[in-house]
Design a protein around this ligand. Structure first.
Ligand SMILES: [Fe+2]
Ligand SMILES: [Fe+2]
Length: 176
């Protein structure tokens, strides 16, 4: 599956959870609310991780015109992850629980709209089918080991050194 199709499928999964939460309403069963929000936390933590570690870096490298969209995206992720981490520890019967979920849904919907309407079309055009297919496979594989809880304070860009730096470092080491 190509990278953009995979990410859009994730967006659809999350939107379904949002709709179910809205359907429950304010007086809905707290256990059901908890279950839905736990699923949101899981889905969004994994999704944010694969975008931050693989998709966004590929976009920055291959489609410089989308650089500003990526930087804005990272900031939006940051806010979403804080909200998710607060929801993780908040009782579904707390006075602010529904309000926090509402703000989460607003932030995510806004972010998804920007990705799907503004970033993805440019990326699809610039990267082409083959690269998007390869990237999609990497995203799929990365899901397996992605964190399932939000980590708003963890680095949101890849921390690995670029391949060239590593090659240099190992050349130095072997010259010793
Ligand atoms: Fe995103
Ligand atoms: Fe996304």
């Amino acid at each position: 599956m190509d990278a953009i199709t995979l990410l859009k499928d994730d967006h659809k999964t999350v939107e379904k959870l949002f709709k179910q939460f809205e359907k429950l309403g304010h007086d809905g069963d707290p256990a059901k609310k908890r279950e839905l929000v736990d699923s949101m936390i899981h889905e969004l933590a994994v999704h944010a991780h694969i975008e931050e570690q693989l998709f966004y870096p590929a976009v920055r490298a291959e489609v410089p015109a989308e650089e500003d969209m990526v930087l804005e995206g990272l900031e939006e992720h940051h806010i979403v992850k804080w909200t998710l981490s607060e929801l993780d520890g908040l009782s579904p019967t707390a006075e602010r629980f529904d309000a926090k979920v509402t703000v989460l849904m607003e932030s995510v919907r806004h972010h998804v709209e920007e990705e799907e309407d503004e970033m993805f079309p440019g990326v699809r055009k610039a990267m082409g089918r083959k690269k998007l297919q390869e990237l999609g496979e990497k995203l799929q594989a990365a899901k397996v080991s992605a964190p399932t809880k939000p980590r708003p304070q963890a680095p949101d860009t890849p921390t690995r050194k670029p391949a060239r730096g590593r090659a240099k470092a190992s050349a130095k080491a072997s010259a010793k």
